[in-house]
Design a protein around this ligand. Sequence first.
Ligand code: NAD
Ligand code: AHE
Ligand code: ZN
Length: 370
Amino acid sequence: MRTRAAVATAAGKPLEIMDVNLDGPRAGEVLVEIKATGICHTDEFTLSGADPEGLFPAILGHEGAGVVLEVGEGVKSLKPGDHVIPLYTPECRECEYCLSGKTNLCQAIRSTQGQGLMPDGTSRFSTLDGDPILHYMGCSTFSNHTVLPEIALAKVREDAPFDKICYIGCGVTTGIGAVINTAKVEIGARAIVFGLGGIGLNVIQGLRLAGADQIVGVDLNPEKRAMAERFGMTDFVNPAEVEGDLVPYLVDLTGGGGDYTFDATGNVDVMRAALESAHKGWGESVIIGVAPAGAEISTRPFQLVTGRVWRGTAFGGARGRTDVPKIVDWYMQGKIEIDPMITHTMGLEDINKGFDLMHAGESIRSVVVY
Ligand code: NAD
Ligand code: AHE
Ligand code: ZN
């Protein structure tokens, strides 16, 4: 079939909106009509050329929601008409990783996914001239139609609005999951969140859900303060306004350091500050941000010797097919909020404006509605 997509033709260039060819689903695959997709900072990271796995030309986008149109041979858990959220972290429930019960990082299709290909090693997308276009993070939600493996789709309730629940495909689940699944924050905890964007705000909402007593938000952009307060931030710190070093300031503000700290910036210097502002003896620091190719984290080993713990999280530790439908329920039940964070909505033709708004720090989430 032919569909409309925003194609990343080369690093650092705006996306090009064009018609592309999409082959139908093969065995174990599903054709999905994407109804809405968020624009995550990770899309920008890959488009910028900073992603060691970034390949071009590709159809980016990994924060979508849509409807199943057709299923390939052997697909049992989905049928046409089902509402779904694509999963860049699939859940096969059969691989060593899924069966370990210790991680959400299903590896069943990770190697082909990282090469921009379907599990059989080929791409379903091509230009109208027949040149291949690569998939991205196994999702490619910047296309009105896409093909995914069955194991990379979460079936969700049909009364949930696509233009809001698409955000559960990455940002909401990543932020809330980092708190609940990865850090396992307990009632009464003190926490520090670095970066109050589309992920950091969901960390804040997760901390409120978990019953944290103190939620410190740190961001260089003062415009992020009001929204963070709305979601439960108790103290705002702008590093540019702190006299002296940021870490001792935060340690003092939290009475010894955060029980939990989170990096949602992708900046390795911030990651270090997050680790070092965790409480001596027990503080845990969770890295969510994705850092550019070549970047490395460092700290004095003494920081760990004295009891601080450094962790990382992908997709908030969520097992997508199991957890994503529950998070959609939480949204529909009013347990979590999404709507205020979707600050901009646009058609596919205007998707580059979504990236401009992100660069300017003016949006939390831009959502493309097809
Ligand atoms: P965003 O652009 O919406 O937000 C980033 C925020 O960080 C902004 O508010 C910005 O002002 C702030 N910031 C930047 N530099 C800072 C600094 N030095 N000190 C304090 N604040 C600073 O981005 P997002 O969509 O929220 O994504 C955040 C990060 O999380 C990105 O690196 C993204 O790639 C990553 N991410 C990771 C996962 C995962 O599974 N681990 C999932 C989604 C996104
Ligand atoms: N390809 C990059 C790393 C990108 C990365 O860390 N991606 C996160 C999700 S970010 C979503 O917005 C992730 O899930 N990582 C686990 C995985 O298996 O990719 C690089 O540095 O090579
Ligand atoms: Zn993302």
